[in-house]
Design a protein around this ligand. Sequence first.
Ligand code: BJW
Length: 229
Amino acid sequence: MPPINNIVILTGAGVSAESGIDTFRDGGGLWEQHRVEDVATPEAFARDPNLVLRFYDMRREAIQTKAPNAAHDALARLDAAWQGELLIVTQNVDDLHERAGAKRLIHMHGEHLNAWCTGCDTRMPWTGPLLDRPACPACGVAGLLRPDIVWFGEMPYRMEDIYHILNRADLFVSIGTSGAVYPAAGFVREARASGARTLELNMEPSQGSHWFDEARHGPAGVLVPAWVD
Ligand code: BJW
């Protein structure tokens, strides 16, 4: 087998499940209580901003009470120890990877703990509620702040950087994601086309499981430390 230098790791909601953060599509997942099209599109926000802001305020508050688990810790250890190129691309909007100590990290779907002013285009750390439509600290205009979250129909962040390193990856590992949402669900094919080995670590076979050279099924808190260490 050729030597491995460049590693790309894609993570999804399953990585944070054992920290007590609901996944999106599992039984009991987030969207059983909220229809996705009611909360996770720009159209929904335009139609009923208070519903959307309340939903995100609730989750922003909740994630601040959660802690990284053994999977986040193992990935942070790998990031610190790996001498070659490595990138963790997370679809997660919580901050548990960075709280575990990961440094080489991209939040492709945004971050709960950021607000984005659509008036002056400033993104800023935000831990409190947005529902009361506060003024933007940068431009002073009220009512234009929204969660810094990538909704359906919007372009995920840092796509050029992600594809650049994906196309050089020797190993692509997908952890805790259902493979239901693009473009992330297509990364495995992109990496394969560039000659990378591909590994899935997930509770169950994902929608794209057949694209992986190898798949291991079980909880991330067990599988990820076993793979890293
Ligand atoms: C465990 C576990 C444990 C549980 N251990 N595992 C038709 C075809 C193709 C594409 C489209 C299409 N129609 C529309 C599109 C595009 C659309 C899309 O993909 N739609 C699909 C529904 C088909 N995508 C977009 O609109 C994206 N933008 C876009 O495409 O721009 C154009 C573009 C073109 C070309 C290049 C680049 C861009 C934007 C997508 C934005 C996604 N945003 C969300 C919502 C954020 C808001 C919020 O947080 O509320 O991000 S959607 C939601 O899903 C969230 C997640 O990041 C994302 C992925 O979910 P994830 O992480 O996979 O979670 P789950 O719940 O689905 O799966 C969890 C898995 O973990 C399960 O498999 C469990 O088994 C497992 N698990 N416990 C290990 N303990």
